[in-house]
Design a binder for this molecule. Structure first.
Ligand code: ASP
Ligand code: MG
Length: 424
């Protein structure tokens, strides 16, 4: 059996969903589990809705109405002759949010976030399942929350692999014998059946979890790009497709911030030796990229860009050396504020760290660190990681830039930079 994952862009409107239907029609009769993300930018809107609700702002209800309208619009286009069951079904998904909004927020923001934001995937998967059945691609909708079992670390839940594998194996193989299985990415459930989410963009990870637990022969992630490219077309004019990639290289690229696949996706696949294909839903016949255990070395350099970086330099106030004891205290503080470290570097009396500049979080972190350390920081920086770098590629990305930090290992070079001031 195989697992397919379709992201938000592939189902962003009725036409896109019809295209997905055309792709899937060709696989009728195959054992296929299909993981679906929320439609288009639904999740961002649901996040805005959650924030408004938490601040008791009236925009929450307006955003909900907009989202409902967007989804019903898609349904109307897919089922012009109406289709009562799915219209009711979709309405029921949004009623969950309506009920929540009627009460004042009474739980933790993280818990509330997961209850609201998860509805995006519930809604989209219901629409896709109904549409596939209407074009005679027999499909069963299943609730991922009954299969992906997690702890209650809301917003970034950890998977309980033993329970998840047991649930998946208990019922899914029989359902797969009846036709396609449609389920949601991104969401899971606790042992008390509360909804959790696995972290933003986590649908790829969901697909990998299902693949691993079912022993799939392969996972295919359908994207709006032809495969894994050596740079994000958003930042680079000329990009090249990487035809084959090892799990190891894929993990490194996603770790440094390549957004093409969620970083947690590769490990479960590697553990079970399941190949991952990244293909274009716009050109489904093209080969895409294959990620597996047996790939030739990558022959072209890859570039990963992260903007809006902050470089924080941390110096003990008593001018003591940076030793393990300080480091463990510093890391604990980063962990407490959930700040992810992108690069780090230490000298005898100072330790420097770069991270995404999420202002509120970083300012709190800095205030806390300032109790025991002198802190200096620099914002508005850009972090470029080059995998399989050479001097020419470094020159290319550092043009007109001041380099604040340069880290090199055998295969990877990371440059933290600022634009050079423009001379008058
Ligand atoms: N819909 C979720 C998000 O936007 C999960 C995903 O797309 O992978 O974060
Ligand atoms: Mg997405």
């Amino acid at each position: 059996m195989q697992v397919y994952k379709f992201g938000g862009a592939s189902i962003q409107n009725a036409e896109a969903i019809r295209n997905v239907g055309n792709i899937l029609k060709k696989f009728q009769g195959d054992q296929l589990l299909i993981v679906i993300s929320a439609i288009g930018h639904t999740t961002n809107k649901l996040v805005a809705l959650t924030n408004a609700y938490l601040k008791l702002e009236p925009t929450a209800t307006i955003l909900l109405e907009e989202l409902k309208q967007d989804h019903f619009q898609v349904l109307q286009e897919l089922f012009p002759e109406q289709h009562p069951a799915i219209f009711d079904d979709l309405n029921n998904a949004f009623v969950e949010i309506e009920w929540l909004l009627e009460e004042e927020p009474g739980d933790t923001p993280e818990y509330i976030f997961d209850q609201i934001v998860s509805i995006g995937e519930v809604a989209s998967s219901k629409i896709v399942a109904a549409y596939l059945n209407s074009i005679e691609c027999l499909s069963t909708w299943v609730d991922a929350r009954n299969y992906i079992k997690t702890d209650n670390n809301y917003k970034e839940a950890n998977v309980d692999w033993v329970k998840t594998e047991a649930e998946v194996r208990k019922t899914l193989p029989a359902i797969l014998n009846k036709g396609f299985v449609i389920t949601q990415g991104f969401i899971g459930g606790t042992s008390e059946n509360f909804t959790t989410t696995l972290g933003r963009e986590g649908s790829d990870y969901s697909a990998a979890i299902f693949s691993a637990c079912l022993g799939a022969t392969s996972l295919t992630i359908w994207k709006d790009v032809p495969g894994v490219l050596n740079a994000d077309p958003k930042w680079f004019e000329r990009t090249e497709k990487i035809h084959e990639l090892s799990y190891h290289d894929a993990i490194e690229l996603t770790y440094y911030g390549a957004t093409v696949i969620h970083p947690k996706t590769i490990k479960p696949l590697q553990n079970h030796n399941i190949p991952l294909f990244v293909k274009s839903f716009k050109n489904p016949e093209e080969t895409g990229t294959k990620i597996s255990g047996v790939a030739p070395p990558v022959s072209i350099p890859s570039f990963i860009f992260k903007v809006n970086q902050v470089l924080i330099s941390i110096m003990p106030k008593d001018l003591s050396f940076i030793i393990e004891e300080n480091l463990s205290q510093i890391f604990q503080t980063f962990h407490a504020y959930k700040v992810k470290v992108n690069t780090m570097h230490n000298s005898a009396v100072s330790f420097s760290v770069s991270a995404d500049y999420e202002e509120e979080k970083i300012q709190k972190l800095i205030a806390d660190l300032s109790i025991n350390y002198h802190i200096k920081y620099n914002t508005g920086l850009e972090l470029v990681t080059i995998r399989y770098y050479n001097e020419e590629t470094i020159e290319r990305v550092t043009l007109h830039k001041d380099i604040l930090l340069e880290l090199k290992s055998r295969h990877t070079c990371q440059l933290l930079m600022k634009n050079k001031p423009v001379m008058q």
